[in-house]
Design a protein around this ligand. Sequence first.
Ligand code: ADP
Length: 585
Amino acid sequence: MNLYFLLPLISALACLVFGVLILARDRDATPHRCAAALLLGGSWWGIGEALWTLAPDPVTALAVLRISAPGWIAVGPVCMHLFLAAEQRSTHPMRRVVPFAYAGAALFLLAEWTEPFLASGPWITEGMARVPWGYAYLTGPAYWLWYTFTVLTSSAGIFAALQDLRGGASPAETHQTPWLGTGVGIPLMIGSTTDGLLPLLGIPLPRLGVASFAVFGALVTWSMHRFGFSLLAPKTFAGQILEAMPEGVALATPEGRIRAANPSLAALLDLPVAALLDRPLQSFLPGITLTAENALRELEFDLETAQRRVPVAISAAPLRDKQGALLGLVLVVRDLREVVNLRSRLLTSARLAAVGELAAGIAHEINNPLAYIGANLRALREHWLALADAWRGDVAKLDFAELFDEGTAMLDDSLEGVERTAGIVRDVRAFSHGGADASERFDPHEVLDRALRVAAPQLRRSAQIEREYGEVPLIEGARRELEQVFLNLIVNAAQAIDGTGVVRVRTSVVDDTVEIAVADSGRGIAPEHLERIFDPFFTTKPVGEGTGLGLSISHEIVRRHGGRIDVASKLGQGTEFRVRLPIAG
Ligand code: ADP
């Protein structure tokens, strides 16, 4: 038995395995389908070649060769198609040639298959000659035409792909090029020489065509595994990126119907990807207008599903072709659960830091009543002991009226001190308590008064407080968060005063908003600092006194309430912060 048949047989099996692997990776990507077609065709051809090598006579060998023809006759057009489909600019003019190339291959197949029915014809192969490794085919009149056609079509495809790579390939693609170039180029060159050129020249040598296909399959499969097949199927690569992205991404028609969505978006919406397709974006983004003109950037929104509510940031942008025609909308949805959680923790820490900044003053404030409560209790103890002695018999020495009057006064004093201390503790506790607030309607003056009470120890040392409260309607929001804003502004005002000065708190209605202004006669803000004071951690105060979080958090709180903060300052004369909040509807 001629053992040469093992070479095409083993190569055919390898081609089959690689073809299936490539197809399994992504059946929808044209380059994958073309590469698989080449390899599965190669497998058909290889099995044919193994069989005709073992054929008993040249006529049977030729018949088997013709049966294997679909595996090798269209190699040129499929190669061309493969490289043009892998090409990134899908508009390469050579694409129009591909259908004609396939039609050409069909004509060649027809020419090859007419042999059993016609006495003579333009066949590609005409007969078989015995050689030590099986048979060599004798070329027919159409052979050189087919060979030129195959070389031209496949080189045209390779040329187009190389051209494309020169114009802006990514580093991964550039890296992959030599591998694919060598992997595709050298085996194909060897195969086309031993199976195409040498038979044409009448030089018989063992054929390596199918084996070269197997090498091609191995290199493409390896490159696909190593690089994610970015070079041959960039669209597949993009698809993989979208699949792997933690952000939800959807592509919608210009009218806002979802055409494609990634698994992250489906997970955010608690739905399978298939259930999202063709659904209008509006169905889960109520109240948001999505049009090509209305690009969104990080719009915060609560995504509601049947089971839960997820805070997200939504960005949307139109997708246009090179001429600027609208293709659709791209929507990116970012899960903000972690951010919201951190934000609320930061808010609580900033609130605690604000109380921390006031701690010295608060301690002093509590210490005062405690001192006289203690003194009173000690004096009362003396009275009590004197009364006890008197009761035991020495009544004449005592002035009862004086003892009782003094005692009552001391008790009143102490009770007032206890009240004051309890009040301070209550205010601080109410303020520093963690957690988020529900939205409610309230009088801004109430909130300002509480903030002024909490800041009182700080203020009393240096500032005189002036309240200029106007007639203002209710506002709506998280009460303690706004209290935190005013406390920050008031404490900053107090800290800005060297020596003594005034802190003026004013309320009024401006347009459709309530304006709350906190002004001080302090040292003012240097112009170069003015634009940085709202940045997180920007502080000009010594460690322990300032964290630099107050204004940035205040800004964020006011923004979330639909309001704004403005500042005006003159160095050496003072500063005024103006907060505007919408009137409760
Ligand atoms: P902190 O008070 O912890 O430094 P803030 O964010 O509240 O943090 O303030 C940032 C900076 O803005 C302060 O360090 C200070 O330089 C400046 N600033 C804020 N309010 C005033 C004010 N009323 N007068 C002068 N400077 C101020």
